[in-house]
Design a protein around this ligand. Structure first.
Ligand SMILES: Nc1ncnc2c1ncn2[C@@H]1O[C@H](COP(=O)(O)OP(=O)(O)OP(=O)(O)O)[C@@H](O)[C@H]1O
Ligand SMILES: [Mg+2]
Length: 345
């Protein structure tokens, strides 16, 4: 990025469920929902972005739509993603901010294709950035977790997002092996909606299902059976009904997709070549991403794999925090670029 002097750093992690932005290391991460509200007939007409759009979802008329510009961790619509990014940056900075004098670092999944990376680069340019860097999210998360990725010894990162799960082996700044799976924590939301509809004839929104998962969900059988009373309409009769949904209900609901997810992760681990095995046993698994916050998931993974599992206090922020670390360190950025873990665009 020679020739441009930057007045500020901006790191952004745009996921299918949430967009995270950090403008400096002392201020907290800003999180907003990855949605925008557009005109139903003319999608270039944007009425709201982020949490404001999410709040209006279902409450506005038929002439508007709430859409996500990010799908499976990749930008599906660069123009709308740029509007979402600018709105998240504005929320983080506390005022409208142009990006032309900022060094912008964006994360992307390891499994992103060239086309998907180009769409992310386009998002940065449409948002007004003169230049930007794209960094692979598992590498950014490992940086945040202070894993020693500068060494040749392998580090294993398992990241679970809303719709993408990745298992990556990192050594000497490079991802040397990876498995990208198009599933994540939002599969649990769908399972909760199905279960509550079948058991209680109550139709839940994704929002409520996700809250139930976050508050009552567990990756191991719950010991205390806490519950939430929910109100809505009976899906068959249309009459108002209430249901007491318990932690055990949520556990039963997510049991199958959870087994599938943890099974896929274990399967990816067993297929890692034996030469990495010693390092991975020694260094453990770095577990990251919002989906990994499911209660007791780290314990379950440790139990399933018999490998130590490490997590930061706020796994959903790891990638954006790591991206900000990289944004402020030229030498590190160059090393990441040489290892194809970061790309200047
Ligand atoms: N405490 C929690 N318990 C269970 N799930 C949680 C918890 N906190 C967040 N999640 C889930 O984590 C997911 C969001 O994680 P994250 O922000 O990493 O995803 P994303 O980056 O938007 O998605 P992706 O990277 O797959 O595109 C959501 O599905 C959310 O419900
Ligand atoms: Mg993500």
């Amino acid at each position: 990025m020679a020739g441009i002097s930057f007045s500020s750093l901006i790191a952004a992690d745009m996921g299918s469920a949430s967009t995270y932005v950090m403008t400096d290391e002392k201020t907290p991460v800003t999180r907003c929902r990855s949605v925008v509200m557009v005109d139903a007939l003319k999608s270039s007409e944007v009425y709201a972005a982020g949490d404001e759009a999410a709040r209006m979802s279902g409450r506005s008329g038929q002439d508007t739509l709430v859409v996500s510009p990010i799908s499976y961790g990749a930008v599906a619509d660069s123009e709308l993603a740029a509007i979402l990014l600018l709105s998240a940056v504005e929320k983080s900075a506390g005022h409208r901010k142009t990006l032309d004098k900022s060094r912008l670092v964006l994360t992307c999944p390891e499994g992103a294709t060239r086309v998907e990376r180009a769409a992310l680069a386009n998002t940065a340019l449409l948002a007004g950035a003169k230049k930007a860097v794209i960094i692979k999210a598992p590498v950014a998360a490992a940086l945040c977790m202070q894993r020693k990725i500068d060494r040749p010894q392998a580090q294993l990162v398992v990241s679970i997002g809303a719709s993408v799960t990745e298992v990556s082996v990192i050594s000497s700044y490079a991802i040397t092996l990876s498995r990208h799976m198009k599933t994540g924590s939002s599969a649990f939301d769908s399972a909760i909606i199905d279960y509550v509809r079948r058991k209680y004839s109550l139709l839940l929104s994704r929002e409520v299902a996700s809250e139930l998962k976050e508050q009552l969900g567990s990756a191991v059988e719950p010991r205390e059976d806490a519950s939430h009373t929910l109100y809505g309409r009976n899906v068959i009769t249309g009459r108002p009904v209430s249901a007491n949904v318990s932690a055990m209900d949520v556990y039963e609901a997510i049991k199958r997709p959870l087994e599938e997810l943890t099974g896929m992760i274990s399967d990816a681990l067993y297929n890692i070549p034996v030469e990495y095995a010693g390092d991975i046993l020694k260094n453990g698994i770095s577990l990251t991403g919002g989906g990994s916050e499911l209660f007791s998931l780290a314990d379950r993974l440790k139990n399933d794999t018999q490998i130590d599992v490490y997590q930061s206090g706020e796994p959903c922020y790891d990638a954006v925090r790591g991206a900000l670390l990289a944004a402020g360190d030229d030498r590190l950025l160059r090393r990441l670029e040489n290892a194809y873990s970061a790309y200047e665009v």
